[in-house]
Design a protein around this ligand. Structure first.
Ligand code: UDP
Length: 330
């Protein structure tokens, strides 16, 4: 059985991936600082280390004591707005610490890493859907902090034989369909959780950030991808590295997008609740459209999204929000 160290395994995408790893016959081990992650009762009972990815001694001990075969590295800060306010925090937490983490892994003999990257690596796209080969000129420190790690990978591959896959997520969304595990950020800035909190009466209205974009209804278009489809992409990426498919960057998105208004309309339909909106100015740094060209991951990994219709995403997220209107208890 292969043992996989999952950094950030108590976070949103990490926790769903840990569950899927178990289902697929892997042995996941979690390393999480719990700064933004949660020890939820829905998190499976697997070896858990509370600690920092930059703690080289801890990382080497985990690798040696548990016999780690590969790593899925989620642990990171991920709020674009916060990264604009505190770029140094993002370069420290995401870039510097990841570099230390990978050095410790390599020195302990781990050569396979799946990395959480982001569509924010592209910045304002020149063409949509966005192919992996598009220019990467991030427009926020969050995207830059991830892109710098991607840029280090080919050098680490050359020098030490690192085998790596970087998954550029588009808009992760949705939850387990029974509502037992889902998305909880503090503060919450993402569209779908905020809409559903409005549906629950936890906030008065949902702000629409910009109604004058060059899109059919004037609001931004994003490629929403269900967290279970994202989790599956990691399992397939691991399998690809095991098969020697080779290192590289892959978009993880559906290839089609939905506008902010469309997401609100679908949420009204699914929740049956009134969701008041407030039309606001644009939010700085938001590209009009971010939609993945998803052919590479489909053909290379034989991956395809199974749960990423807007209805399925919102139904599952609604199940989570109704069961956990205040999120995780801690
Ligand atoms: N958005 C919005 N109101 C909100 C939060 C987000 O209109 O309260 C818009 C945002 O401008 C973007 C889209 O919804 O166009 C998705 O934003 P989110 O923060 O969920 O993800 P991002 O695309 O920034 O990663």
């Amino acid at each position: 059985m292969r043992t996989i160290l999952v950094s950030g395994g108590a976070g949103y995408i990490g926790s769903h991936t840990v569950r899927l790893l178990l289902e697929e016959g892997y042995r996941p081990v979690i390393l999480d600082s719990l700064v933004t992650g949660h020890l939820s009762s829905a998190l499976p009972e697997v070896p858990f280390f509370k600690g920092d990815i930059a703690d080289g001694l801890l990382v080497r001990n985990i690798v040696q004591d548990l016999g780690i075969d590969a790593v899925i590295h989620f642990a990171a800060r991920s709020l674009v707005g916060e990264s604009m306010q505190k770029p140094d925090l993002y370069f420290h937490e995401n870039t510097a610490k990841t570099n230390l983490f990978i050095s410790a892994l390599l020195s302990a003999g781990v050569k396979r890493v799946i990395f959480s990257s982001t569509a924010a690596a592209y910045g304002i796209p020149e063409q949509v859907p966005i192919p992996e080969a598009a220019a990467t000129i991030p427009v926020n420190p969050y995207g830059a902090s991830k892109r710098m790690i991607e840029q280090s990978f080919p050098w680490l591959e050359k020098a030490y034989g690192l085998e790596w896959i970087s998954l550029r997520y588009f808009n992760a969304a949705g939850a387990l369909f029974d509502g037992s595990l889902g998305e909880h950020h503090t503060p919450e800035t993402h569209l779908i959780p905020l809409i559903l909190r409005t549906a629950l009466g936890r906030q008065e209205q949902i702000s629409i950030f910009g109604t004058d974009y060059p899109t059919p209804d004037g609001t931004c278009i994003r490629d929403y991808i269900h967290v279970l489809d994202l989790a599956k992409a990691h399992i397939l990426a691991l399998a690809a590295l095991e098969k020697g498919v080779g290192s590289g960057v892959f978009n993880v998105g559906t290839g089609s997008g939905h506008s902010v208004r469309e997401v609100i309309e679908t949420s009204r339909k699914i929740t049956g609740r009134n969701i008041p909106v407030l039309e606001c100015p644009r939010r700085p740094g938001d590209p009009a459209q971010l939609v993945a060209e998803a052919d590479k991951i489909r053909t290379t990994f034989n991956w395809s999204p199974g749960y990423s219709s807007l209805d399925q995403i919102i139904e599952s997220a609604w199940a989570w929000h109704r069961k956990n209107p205040d999120g995780f208890p801690h």
